[in-house]
Design a protein around this ligand. Sequence first.
Ligand SMILES: Cc1ncc(CO)c(N)n1
Length: 217
Amino acid sequence: MQDWYTLVRQETDFILEAIKQQPFIKELMNGTLSSDVFQFYINQDAMYLAEYKKVLATVGVKCQHENDTQFFLDSATGIIHVENALHQIFLKDNRLTHEPSPTCELYTSYLTRMVANHSLEEALAAVLPCFTIYKEIGDYIQENQTNKADNPYQDWIDTYGGEEFATSVNNAVAITNRYAENAPEEVLQKMKTAFIKASKLEWMFWDSAYNKEAWKI
Ligand SMILES: Cc1ncc(CO)c(N)n1
């Protein structure tokens, strides 16, 4: 039988394909993405990651096995180290805003709600696209780009296309699969819904950066 992740990955293939077609990703890959848009993205991502770190730590606390707890605590720490480095390179802080965009607010609030009020299984499914989609997009860009020597965004690309991140992603997938193996059908449905929603929010996050999404009022 196929594992849980393999199945939901197939069902969300249209989201991955849609992300690859986004102008943000295409222009990031060929290096033409406007630095304004990228700054907006990194600025929003810094706020996103500050919340995501807390979500990962909480997921870790809820895990039954010591190794799983340690993995999520390490991820919270590790991801933030990497991000801090990237943000130092890319975030020239004269344009720093402290107000999350509507989509950033939506995504972080959704994850926080899942981890606070729903089952651990659902929370695991909700945080997983942050790992798997970035890995896939990082790999996709590395495989398809022709400008590695002079792409201004190469450091960002290599962070998510790298081996170190791959190990972490595989671990997150394995833990979630293990919980899914023991979950009843009703919980599996909810896990799928959460994975799909978080995947769509990943699409929205890049879309909102490309459009420099603002509050309507
Ligand atoms: C929105 C978002 N999702 C996932 C990642 C990967 O950690 C990130 N940096 N930002």
